[in-house]
Design a protein around this ligand. Structure first.
Ligand code: S3P
Length: 165
């Protein structure tokens, strides 16, 4: 079993921010999957969706997960919100789900700029997307945290859980 700490959750749940806190607390490396993909392709996620389509993006995510599974241990991994739909994320480490209601997440996403989030562009479909994903996130999680708590608090809870305090 890999010792990676894997953060999952819907867009806007704070996976990257909390990943940074955890990297600091554990003095481990943070791998942010969206950032890795953007660096490798020298493109924003949004442009990958526009130029190659969602399916291609998902294939890239899956091969990145396979690479992590075979090569990475003792790291903090912040995933893209759709990753657990297509990959059994438990295969890459201990899974922590950052849970929050859709209205709160929507506020954060809008504040951050929806143009960065291709999956959020169709507002009408977002509720269905959220409902279908929540079940999968919960199912895959070793531990579910309230994403509305401060990043600091969440990171400390994860730290204590992992250390067995
Ligand atoms: C996606 C979430 C995004 C990014 C891509 C697809 C999704 O990551 O991977 O836009 O399907 O929910 P964040 O969860 O970090 O926004």
């Amino acid at each position: 079993m890999l010792n990676n700490i894997v953060l999952i959750g819907f867009m806007g749940s704070g996976k990257t921010t909390i990943g940074r806190e955890l990297a600091r607390l554990f003095e481990n490396v943070l791998l942010d999957t969206d950032s890795i993909i953007e660096t490798n392709y020298n493109m924003q996620v949004n442009d990958i969706f526009t130029n190659f389509g969602e399916e291609r993006f998902r294939e890239i995510e899956i091969s990145l997960c396979d690479w992590i599974k075979n090569n990475v241990n003792n790291a903090i991994i912040s995933t893209g919100g759709g990753m657990p739909m297509r990959y059994d994320i438990r295969d890459i480490g201990n899974v922590f789900y950052l849970e929050a209601p859709l209205d709160e997440l929507s506020k954060r996403i809008i504040k951050d700029g929806i143009q960065k989030r291709p999956m959020f562009e169709q507002f009408s479909a977002i509720d269905d997307l959220y409902q279908s994903r929540v079940k999968i996130y919960k199912n895959m999680a070793d531990y579910t945290l309230n994403a509305l708590d401060s990043a600091n608090e969440i990171a400390e809870k994860i730290y204590n859980y992992v250390k067995g305090y």
